[in-house]
Write a protein that binds this ligand. Sequence first.
Ligand code: LLP
Length: 423
Amino acid sequence: MDHFTYKNRVLHCDDVPVPALAEKYGTPLYVYSKKTLEHHLKQIQAAFKAVDPLVCYSIKTNGNLHIARLMVEGGAGCDVTSGGELYRALKAGCSPSKIVFAGAGKTNAEIRAALEQGVFLFNVESEGELSAIAEIAKSMGKVANVALRVNPDLPPKTHAKTDTSVKGVKFGLDIDTVLEFAEKVLKNPHVKVVGLHMHLGSPILSVEPYRQGIVKGQVLIDKLRAQGHRITIWNMGGGFGIHYKKNEALPASAFAEVIVPGIQEAKCKLVLEPGRFIVGNAGLLVSRVIYTKDSGGKHFVIQDAAMNDLIRPTLYDSFHRIWPVAGFDTPEDYQVENPGTVKSDVVGPVCESGDFLAKDRYLPAVGRGDLLATFSAGAYGMAMASNYNGRPRAAEVLVDGANHHLIRRRETYEDLIRPEVDF
Ligand code: LLP
């Protein structure tokens, strides 16, 4: 469910017509719906209510301070994966006691900063990392609480570049050797293993991986407890998928049905790290058509958003719905040839053949100046944007009912060169 609807053939975010936003803030423009963000967070909180989870918004998904603050105000903690994200989470007002720190390559400086702040939990991914945390904690006279991030070795479930729980990826501790490792940790007075962590991949469109993860996790928790570890936390990560095409995703309650009983049986505190589920369909990318052209048997719509604004289509072959902002009824299904449409490649101005938002997509005939909306762009859109080809990053605007305000200004050419020193 989201708050982007066509009213009289004009796309609105809540009560605000999107063309008015494009006019005021320019394009390319990320538009977010506050109500949708809040609604999605509440959906997760409600679905897992029986176990009173700590929902840590995965800040990598969309780190804008205004969005992170909304999550914090809604009761969420934050999942961070770098010193920069820790900084962001704290700036957004997140209490360190609700911050979980993930990532396979935490540096000494990042570990020290997290210990100084007193984060809730480190999700530990290697023996080397655990030694570093222990050493730094010792030097600071502290004891670090850690969860062992295990790679549960499940069958492939999503795009190879975002599947984190198959054998052979860099993430987590090997499930076959994690217990030997955990045995050694017992002797270390500066780290306390209090939890188990698994993030299965993203986006996941079935409950099956969670079901399998729960089964494997239960066995591990029993064994860790038998070793003498006092396991009280079970972090199931993020990964809940969303509708990119049409009703392909599951409600939060479906995941809860599988996860909650396992958590209750294990008598653990549940931590979740959702990102995409909350912000993915709460954001769209608005762009303006610069030219159209026909070449080599193809019809190209060249518009002002590019792979530097939204890299998902070219990086993961991801499907994002695209439709003109005004003048046309929305189709039931974006993937089929709808009447009056033209098979088009929606491309940007960047100098790469991989610069596209959609390929072979049936779109109404649009021309110079028309606005397009690329949907489901709230997650891993702006967060993965770059300045490639000398392109200032887009502006971001947050809509609430009939109100809207800029939450990130468009970058300027000056911004592009600012960090380059001594020139
Ligand atoms: N927790 C951990 C440890 C993660 O690595 C991630 C995402 C999440 C939570 C949040 O997952 P979510 O709930 O958003 O699925 N750029 C890719 C996705 C990369 C996901 C990275 N890790 C994309 O655009 O599809």
